[in-house]
Each structure stands twice: as structure tokens, then as C-alpha cells.
Design a protein around this ligand. Structure first.
Ligand code: EPU
Length: 422
């Protein structure tokens, strides 16, 4: 296993480009099997979750060519509709094969994805959605088996205790594209990644209205075509680098990003005193003075994204004063807290809130990554900490950040990857 070694205290400066969005690429790769014709998907980030999706596609019989950031999926010879535990257990995103397999082949057997370190990850909304479309569902031996001759359009309310579901909306939208008649998803997720998937499906010939709103309408069609499509830039990656600029008192320009998709985060960074300017798709982020503490609550889009909560917590660790970070999507998503405290942060957990008492400095330490975004928070803390921070279990970061080390090095960070010989 590898570890990251960071020597903190360098101010980040320079320009970098955002990669394609992981959380748009995953459902789009699954959606490619809705057609019998090949699709070419561009701007797909080279991250471990994408490699897992490619393995799953190959396991069911799709032919896949993966060159750099382009994935060509030829789904004409798919023979299997079973996704085994071995394939699915490493990545929850694989649940988004349920809708496309069911819609195109009338049957899907997908290993139950189970929970993960950021808390329980139920799939009741996915199951409710496909049931409403007429599928028969059984749960046996750790597998979800879904069957339907042809799905039938329906009106589906897809909200749960924590609001809408991103992959649930994606799954049902994909399934409904080939269903008979009209489907309306109420309380659909409005996340830009769901919109991107919808745009991919529309290009394939799907009839979808209301993308980006909580009510998505889909008129089923008989077949979809293969297309060429380019995935949107990764707003969570961009947001992570924006915080990197803020935490290191840096000045960085991010090319190729749509700031409109990060409105809530922009608002909080500006409230804290970070200077953010935008021109022609470029965003400059700089910090020239001591920041103010801000309180943040994560919410479904357009609220503050849960996928940037850990990184924002890391920033508040070095901002004098008290800030409160409340997690409303995954109330247990605080695994970074104990590790940040090992680096000298003062964070107390009170239910779904982290109360952060900002310190003058953090101090480098050996820490352990626990999930993708928690790991990103530790990298940010390491960039500003005094001395050396060693982050083990770096495979979590490989799941979602393309070329993280090279990108940070290009901005002047002293960061490297080494074999962890523990
Ligand atoms: N939920 C249910 N029932 C369901 C599905 C979800 O109660 O059937 C709950 C969840 O437990 C959670 C909330 O609803 O409390 C929202 O979960 P959602 O379904 O929206 O999450 P997801 O679709 O499984 C995607 C991203 C996550 C991101 C969330 C929220 C992908 C591959 N994953 O997950 O990304 O945190 O939306 O925005 O798109 C990450 O990239 O690090 C990551 C975890």
C-alpha cells in the first residue's frame, strides 16, 4: 500500500485544469448499455472508481476500450445481467447498473452494496422506484433481483429522510427512458451530475424534461442510440483545490470549471474572506488576509455539498474563532475529525455537527485516510501543517482524484507518494 508524504507550509500558486466529474462519469458509463450501439465517452477521469465500472462492463460482456480519458463502450454483446459481490463491494456507484440492466434486458441481479464508512447507505429509494415502474424485486442471499417484461411509466416520489437521492434519481431516470409511457420523478435530485447524465441520455434519444429541477419527466422510447459525449468538469475536485488555495494563503487559477455549480461553497468561502474572481470559465482563488470562521450546513444541491464538508472542516481548523459544520446528508460522515485532531485541530462532535475551534497552526503527523473526501481533508491539512504529514491508505484518494500528487506539485506543494512498508 502507498502513502502520501507532505511537507507543509508551502503557498500554492499557479494554474491547473479540472478533470472530468467522477460522479457524472459513473452513471453515464452504466447508461451506455441502454443502447445496442457503441458510445464514446470523453473527459472521463482516470480514477479507480472508473476502472471498477470498466471491469463491471466487461464482466457482463460489453466490449470496452479505455484510452486515457476516453472510454468506448460497445454494449452489443452483453450476455450477463448479474453483478457479483466481488465486483460491487468496492464501489457503491455500481448500483446504477440496476436501472439500465432492467430496462434493456428485463432482468438484473445486483449484489446489495451494503453500508460504508461514511454511514449506512440504504437503497430503498432505488428499489421503490423500480417497483413503481413495475419490476418485481426479491432480496435473497445478499442480492437484489429485479425482473420486468417491459417497465411501465409511473409517478414516483423519490424523497427519503435525508432528501433526494442522487444515484436513486439517476437509476430511475435511466430505467424510465425505455419504459412504456410517461414517468414523473418527484423530489428528484438536482445535482449537476444528474443533469449531465440526463443530457447524455437525451443525446442518445431519450425524451426527458425538467433536468435540474425536483420534477423530472421522462417519456419512454423504444430504443436509444450510441453517441459521443463529453463529461462535465468535476466541481468537487475544483472545490477541493479552491480550499487548497485558501488554506495555504495561495493564489491559484482553475481552468475549465463552472462556478455556477458551486454557488453555496462560493458564498461560504467569500464570507470567510477568500477572494474569488471569474472570467471565461477560469476561476482565480486567492487569500490575502486572516479568514473569518463560517458555519456550514450540507444540503442537497444547490446547498453546500456533503462531498466538500470534510475539506471545509480542514480549512476552518486554521481559521481563528468557532465554526460549526453540520452534516445533513450523512450525519456520521466525520471520520476525518479524529485524524485532524491528531494534527492539533480542536474539533468536538455534537450529533451531526462538528464544532471547530480554529488554531494558529496544525502540526504534521502520521494519519490514516478513511474515505475519499476525508482523505482529501487530510491532504489539505497536511499542506498547511508544520512539518511532515504521512497519509496512509492512499487508495481512497485514488478512487476520485485524478493526478492529485502531480497537480499539487505543479502548484508548488511538497508532496510525494511512497511505498508504505508498515
Ligand atoms: N438514501 C436513502 N435511501 C436510498 C438512497 C439514499 O435513504 O435509497 C439516503 C442516503 O443514506 C443519504 C441521502 O439519502 O443520507 C443521500 O444519498 P444519495 O443517494 O444522494 O447518495 P448516492 O447517490 O449514493 C452520491 C455520490 C456521493 C455523494 C452523494 C450525495 C456518486 C457515485 N456518489 O451518492 O459521492 O456524497 O451522492 O451528494 O455519485 C463521493 O464522491 O465521495 C461520494 C460519496
Amino acid at each position: 500500500m502507498d502513502k502520501l508524504v507532505i511537507e507543509g507550509g508551502r503557498r500554492l500558486e499557479g494554474t491547473l485544469e479540472t478533470s472530468g466529474a467522477k460522479n457524472a462519469s459513473l452513471p453515464i458509463l452504466a447508461a451506455a448499455i441502454l443502447s445496442k450501439e457503441p458510445s464514446v465517452i470523453k473527459n472521463v477521469p482516470c480514477v479507480a472508481d472508473v476502472f471498477t465500472m470498466v471491469r463491471i462492463l466487461k464482466s457482463i460482456g460489453a466490449k470496452v476500450q479505455h484510452n486515457g480519458n476516453t472510454v468506448e463502450v460497445d454494449p452489443s454483446h452483453i450476455r450477463h445481467t448479474v453483478l457479483t459481490y466481488k465486483l460491487v463491494s468496492t464501489m457503491r456507484g455500481s448500483i446504477c447498473f440496476l436501472g439500465p440492466l432492467l430496462a434493456r434486458f428485463g432482468s438484473a441481479q445486483v449484489s446489495f452494496p451494503g453500508g460504508c464508512v461514511i454511514g449506512p447507505r440504504p437503497i430503498d429509494l432505488h428499489l421503490k422506484g423500480v417497483r413503481c415502474l413495475g419490476a418485481e424485486i426479491s432480496l435473497e442471499h445478499g442480492y437484489v433481483t429485479a425482473k420486468a417484461r417491459r417497465l411501465k411509466g409511473a409517478r414516483i416520489y423519490l424523497g427519503g429522510a435525508f432528501g433526494s437521492s442522487v444515484l436513486g434519481s439517476a437509476n430511475i431516470m435511466m430505467a424510465a427512458t425505455l419504459a412504456k409511457g410517461r414517468t414523473v420523478i418527484d423530489n428528484a435530485a438536482c445535482e449537476p451530475e444528474v443533469v449531465d447524465l440526463g443530457n447524455f441520455l437525451r443525446k442518445m434519444g431519450a425524451k426527458i424534461d425538467g433536468l435540474g429541477s425536483p420534477s423530472i419527466e421522462i417519456e419512454g422510447v423504444k430504443k436509444l442510440s450510441g453517441v459521443s459525449y463529453s463529461v462535465i468538469p468535476d466541481r468537487i475536485e475544483a472545490g477541493t483545490y479552491m480550499i487548497a488555495a485558501a488554506i495555504t494563503k495561495g493564489d491559484i487559477t482553475i481552468k475549465n470549471m463552472n462556478l455556477n455549480t458551486l454557488g453555496a461553497m462560493l458564498d461560504k468561502l467569500r464570507e470567510a474572506g477568500v477572494i474569488i474572481t471569474q472570467w471565461h470559465g477560469h476561476v482565480r482563488v486567492r487569500r490575502e488576509r486572516v479568514l473569518r470562521p463560517v458555519s456550514v450546513t450540507t444540503l442537497p444541491y444547490p446547498g453546500f455539498p456533503t462531498d466538500l464538508q470534510a475539506q471545509m472542516t480542514a480549512l476552518m481548523c486554521v481559521v481563528p474563532g468557532i465554526s460549526v459544520i453540520t452534516e445533513k446528508i450523512y450525519p456520521n460522515r466525520f471520520l476525518h475529525v479524529s485524524e485532524l485532531n491528531r494534527m492539533g485541530a480542536h474539533i468536538m462532535l455534537e450529533g451531526p455537527s462538528a464544532i471547530v475551534s480554529g488554531q494558529k497552526k496544525l502540526s504534521g503527523a502520521p494519519v490514516m485516510a478513511s474515505d475519499l473526501r476525508a482523505s482529501a481533508a487530510l491532504v489539505l491539512a497536511g499542506l498547511v501543517a508544520e512539518g511532515v504529514t504521512e497519509i496512509s491508505r492512499v487508495y481512497h484518494l485514488d478512487r476520485g482524484y485524478e493526478n492529485l500528487v502531480a497537480k499539487l506539485q505543479s502548484l508548488g506543494a511538497k508532496i510525494g507518494r511512497e511505498k508504505d512498508v508498515k
